[in-house]
Design a binder for this molecule. Structure first.
Ligand code: FES
Length: 641
């Protein structure tokens, strides 16, 4: 038979095929990556390609008989029913007629990449644990008495080369009706290990997953399309366990004092998780049964409490986890009503104080791929700290307390509307200007309004308190030891006595926002702990920090310069400090979309060297030294610009 040369781009794979060969078949033979859910039946539309040099003959319908006989009819039907760009063709329904160059666009590749916004982070290759496969199943026959399930297994084997290894009750309950409703055509969701997760009648093209970040204060859920990697909705809520204790240790104490308290907290957090799953699905307009997988991250105590494991062992040395490995359970075991076959995967914990959230941040930020020594800090009630590069990674956690998140500060609040988040103090007049979250857009000029002009100020958030202290320090109101200088009261009526110490009035409205001496102390303790933890890791690694990554809600608001003025982070070039926002959530999304990433982080976590700050004698020395602004002894050459 006559042969033609076919070249696929961007892979560059090429070969000669007999004229009349379907393009998808040629691609399969050459190992070109083209997606398909329907197995070449012209239903799913995933196999689209674009001829770039040469062309395929367009199908023209002449008669009904021809319509049924020609492969191209499938494409014409698809185009008519679902619509497709003019230059696109279905590779399963288009045949090779002459020499041709065929482009496989990114959205038609199975292993497509999700391009991430920041240039320095790697892209995610989509390779989820669950995939959809459309099959045509043989009808039952009196003479061949096999069960419906057996014929489904046979179809998956024949049409997709998939060996079904497991199918649970919910699938068996669905199967017979699905087969008959779909007229012996169904779509099967199958896990990578051969488990038949779910079936839908006919063609079903949607599959989603939930990336869940269980923080001790807030919980967030990102509903993600498992086929495109797109986040289709994000929702969040306060962690309802707050009513049992503000911070982690008080929740552990609650369990110690109230036997069975872990069950109450488990129920509370699971209810909220289930509510958020429902909300995310409603917002995206999808069915809960289309959610086939979940990935969860959280600190060790959240990890235990959501799984219903008593966390008391994490309350005292040696802080033993029930398990530090990854955990896979049914989503239904966590009382989350998504697809009955959905699993929930928890990333591994690094250590008793360094959780799956830290593992997730590492997965998202990838310090293990870099030459520069990177310090990754996730600030929450505990700071989880990772230091290292591609040779070696170390981790610890440090008891910063919640001050950096605006708690334990007299006028502190979470970073939400009404919170002062940026502050400037005129070094001459000592008058402040500030910016408030939710105050609308502003030009650079107007960025900082005179404080008198502003109403609706409700408090100050973590980044605001950092900036105001740094500005007070730069203006000479605050000494390096952290004392608010009362003699400045002669220069400004904003410095007022309060007991035996002094306060600075930042905002005179209602409520009045003051920075008190106790606020300064709380931040000194927090930043001292943070720096001391980082310093312990630097000591152990024997190399200075070259790059800093600030993760978490706090990290995303903080200005690197001010963090350095106060000595919150070690000295390094300012342009080497990055705020990455909710990196733990990003890591969860990566683990949701890429199966290999799970193995990667499981292996890496086992190799990370854990340092326990509580037993390191030098921690206390570092802590005392780092209470000063910016630090008692450490030089900050990069600050002197
Ligand atoms: Fe499904 Fe071509 S493979 S439409």
């Amino acid at each position: 038979a006559e042969e033609a040369l076919v070249v696929f781009t961007p892979s560059g794979k090429r070969g000669s095929f007999p004229v009349g060969t379907p393009v998808l078949d040629a691609a399969r033979q050459l190992g070109v990556d083209i997606d398909s859910v329907c197995g070449g039946r012209g239903i799913c539309g995933r196999c689209q390609v674009t001829p770039s040099v040469g062309d395929f003959p367009k199908f023209k319908m002449k008669s009904k008989a021809e319509h049924l006989s020609e492969a191209g009819a499938k494409e014409a039907r698809y185009r008519e029913k679902r619509g497709m760009k003019d230059d696109r063709r279905l590779s399963c329904s288009t045949t090779i007629q002459g020499d041709i160059v065929v482009d496989v666009p990114a959205d038609s590749q199975v292993h497509k990449q999700v391009v991430r916004k920041r240039a320095e982070v790697r892209n995610i290759e989509i390779d989820p644990v669950v995939r959809l496969h459309y099959i045509e199943v043989e009808e039952p026959d009196m003479h061949k008495p096999t069960g419906d399930m057996e014929r489904v297994k046979e179809a998956l084997k024949d049409q997709w080369d998939i060996e079904v290894t497991r199918a649970d009750l919910p699938v068996m309950q669905k199967l017979q009706k699905a087969l008959r409703d779909g007229e012996w055509k169904i779509t099967a969701a199958v896990r990578y290990d051969g488990e038949l997760v779910y079936v839908w009648p006919g063609f079903h093209g949607k599959s989603y997953g939930l990336a869940v970040d269980v923080g001790s204060t807030t919980m967030s859920v990102h509903l993600t399309d498992l086929q495109t990697g797109e986040v289709v909705s994000s929702v969040g809520a306060m962690n309802p366990q707050i009513r049992f204790g503000e911070d982690l240790m008080s929740r552990v104490s609650y369990v110690m004092m109230n036997p069975g308290g872990e069950q109450e907290m488990m129920k509370a957090v699971r209810e909220t998780l289930n509510f958020l799953a429902g909300q995310a699905a409603t917002e995206a307009g999808i069915d809960l049964t289309d959610i086939l997988e979940m990935v969860l991250v959280g600190n060790p105590i959240m990890h235990h409490l959501i799984l219903g494991i008593n966390p008391v062992e994490l309350g005292w040395a040696p802080f033993a986890l029930a398990t530090n490995g990854s955990v896979t359970v049914w989503a239904s075991e966590l009382d989350v009503s998504v697809n009955p076959g959905a699993r929930a995967y928890f990333l591994p914990c690094v250590a008793g104080h360094v959780g799956a959230d830290a593992a997730s941040v590492v997965l998202a930020e990838g310090p293990q791929y870099r030459d520069e020594v990177t310090l990754v800090v996730d600030v929450g009630t505990n700071a989880e700290i990772v230091l290292g590069n591609k040779e070696r990674l170390l981790a610890c956690s440090s008891p910063t307390g919640p001050a950096l998140e605006g708690a334990q500060i007299s006028s502190g609040q979470r970073a939400a509307a009404g919170a002062i988040e940026r502050v400037r103090i005129d070094p001459e007049t000592l008058e402040p200007r500030f910016r408030v979250i939710g105050a609308g857009s502003w030009s650079d000029e107007e960025m900082f309004e005179q404080e008198t002009a502003r109403t609706g100020v409700t408090g100050i958030c973590g980044s605001g308190i950092i900036e105001v202290l740094a500005e007070m320090f730069l203006a000479g109101i605050l000494s390096a030891d952290g004392i608010i200088d009362g003699s400045m009261a002669a220069k400004t009526d904003r410095i007022v006595p309060e007991g035996r110490t002094f306060s600075y009035i930042l905002h005179r409205g209602e409520p009045e926002i003051r920075v008190t001496q106790a606020d300064v102390r709380a931040i000194q303790l927090a930043k001292g702990a943070l720096y001391a933890g980082a310093q312990l890791l630097v000591d152990r690694l024997g190399k200075p920090v070259e790059r800093v990554v600030l993760a978490g809600a706090f990290g995303s608001h903080i200005d690197a310069k001010y963090a350095m003025v106060l000595g919150l982070i070690p000295d390094c070039k300012l342009d080497m400090v990055a705020s990455v926002g909710n990196a733990a959530g990003t890591g969860a999304r990566i683990a949701l979309l890429n199966r290999g990433a799970r193995y990667e982080i499981e292996k890496l976590v086992a190799e990370i060297e854990k340092i326990e700050t509580a037993v390191e004698a030098k921690f206390q020395d570092h802590f005392v030294e780092s209470m000063a602004f910016p630090h008692k002894t450490a030089p900050y050459p990069n600050l002197k610009e």
